[in-house]
Design a protein around this ligand. Structure first.
Ligand code: SF4
Length: 197
């Protein structure tokens, strides 16, 4: 067989093989999909929109929930994803926002106030009423002890420098507004917040 002919044969065979291989590759996922009755986990969910609470970017999310009161089933969140209709994030979420489902579902989520007494190594659960009373007492005592009306040169300052306040990124504008009023009312200088309010 001439050299040229054998090369042509080889290319012909390869092309045929590739074509058959391509056909198999193209039909295999279809066959696999047909054999699988699985539905997407979001197939029967109700969707509601919300805002990621983690930072001041304020990305919108779609929360997929299975079950509702009319079906007498306890609702359960099965998926949270970026809202494609949001002009802020256009369907995307950063890794923190993408883990939002855990924020709701995690069995390590704290749902009660935890208190660690001075010198203690353990945390105990206390009620909100007890926590608020304790905080109010400490703030009052610290303010009574540390409030300065004038500085070393005798200038009026009316400031409090022995308490610092930290605002969380999950705080809303309204909460931050109230926290600012609270802070100014105390004369408190040190305030940090992720949203820089
Ligand atoms: S998804 Fe990320 S960037 Fe968007 S609000 Fe949440 S934490 Fe901020």
């Amino acid at each position: 067989m001439p050299k040229d002919s054998s090369r042509r044969e080889f290319i012909k065979r390869s092309t045929k093989g590739a074509a058959v291989g391509g056909a198999v590759a193209a039909t295999a996922p279809v066959a696999a999909a047909e054999g699988s009755p699985k539905l997407l986990k979001t197939a029967h969910t109700n969707q509601s929109t919300s805002i990621c609470p983690y930072c001041a970017v304020g990305c919108s999310v779609v929360v997929h929930t299975l079950g509702d009161k009319s079906r007498n089933v306890k609702p359960a969140i099965v998926h949270i994803e970026g809202d494609p209709e949001s002009p802020i994030n256009r369907g995307t979420l950063c890794p923190k926002g993408a883990s939002l489902e855990e924020f709701v579902q995690s069995d390590r989520r704290l749902t009660t106030v935890q208190y660690r007494a001075p010198g203690s190594r353990t945390w105990t659960r206390i009620s909100w009423a007890e926590a608020v009373t304790k905080m109010a007492r400490r703030i009052k005592d610290a303010r009574d002890h540390g409030f300065e009306t004038t500085d070393a040169q005798g200038r009026t300052v009316n400031r409090l420098d022995n308490i610092a306040m930290i605002g969380g990124c999950t705080d809303t504008n309204e909460i931050n507004y109230l926290l600012s009023k609270f802070r100014f009312g105390l004369g408190l200088l040190s305030y940090e917040n992720q949203s820089r309010l």
